[in-house]
Design a protein around this ligand. Structure first.
Ligand SMILES: C[S@@+](CC[C@H](N)C(=O)[O-])C[C@H]1O[C@@H](n2cnc3c(N)ncnc32)[C@H](O)[C@@H]1O
Length: 218
């Protein structure tokens, strides 16, 4: 599913893959501690027996060590991403740690259900849905790939509401550094997800600009 905005996101991540960690440090300086929220979100995931896990838009594979720690008995972890340069870094991480049954695949999240077999006990996506063009399509793909008893965890940013909305132009500017644009950023992903799935828990960070949502299938 190639399109102009999708290619733009891929280009940004191809050129910024090597600087990604530096960019994350910069955000941390602004009090946006993406790494800490990621760690906490994965720690809070429900207990699952030998889960098969799908990490949608795995990027450099930052979730993988945390998933391996949280579920040492995992049966498989599959990480998909659309940007070869990001996956290359994830592959190095997997190789260096000698994790077994961790597979990385170059796949567009918007058509992943046609490329992946079987269902997953846990599907997660961190800091990605706000930048993927036509992200509601990804939610539908996630639904197709989640096992009936499975869980879905989404961690991402969204527009400020209420008085704080005056900060939205700045938030949009900062998110464009990670590939977002005002159009993708404006899609109310968490609202759509909460209608599509059964909400289990929700946590808001940074005055609600970031959300950590856990869902089950309806
Ligand atoms: C901000 S990074 C987040 C990466 C990782 N999930 C994390 O938490 O560090 C966003 C990722 O989304 C990926 N991406 C963008 N569009 C995509 C698409 N259509 N399908 C799959 N991945 C995509 C980018 O290549 C990038 O690796």
């Amino acid at each position: 599913m190639s399109d102009v905005t999708g290619e733009r996101v891929r280009h940004i991540y191809s050129t910024s893959a090597l600087h990604y960690q530096m960019l994350l440090k910069f955000y941390r300086g602004l009090g946006v501690n993406l790494a800490k929220w990621r760690k906490e979100a994965i720690k809070r995931l429900p207990d699952l027996e030998s889960p098969r896990i799908l990490d949608v838009s795995t990027g450099t594979g930052a979730n993988i060590p945390l998933l391996v720690d949280r579920y040492p008995e995992y049966s498989a972890i599959v990480g998909i991403d659309y940007t070869p340069a990001m996956l290359k870094q994830a592959a190095r991480r997997v190789r260096d740690n000698e994790w077994k049954n961790v597979n990385l695949k170059l796949i567009d999240a918007r058509e992943m259900s046609s490329k992946l077999d079987g269902c997953f006990d846990l599907v997660l996506s961190t800091y990605s849905l706000s930048i993927i063009p036509r992200s509601p399509h990804v939610l539908r793909e996630i639904k197709k790939l989640t096992c009936k008893s499975g869980f879905i965890m989404l961690l991402d940013c969204q527009k400020f509401k209420g008085l704080l909305r005056i900060y939205n132009p700045l938030a949009i500017f900062l998110s464009t550094r990670l590939g977002g644009n005002s159009q993708t950023y404006s899609v109310p992903v968490s609202k759509i997800a909460s209608r599509m799935f059964q909400p289990v828990s929700r946590r808001l960070m940074y005055s609600g600009m970031f959300y950590e949502d856990l869902y089950r299938l309806k």
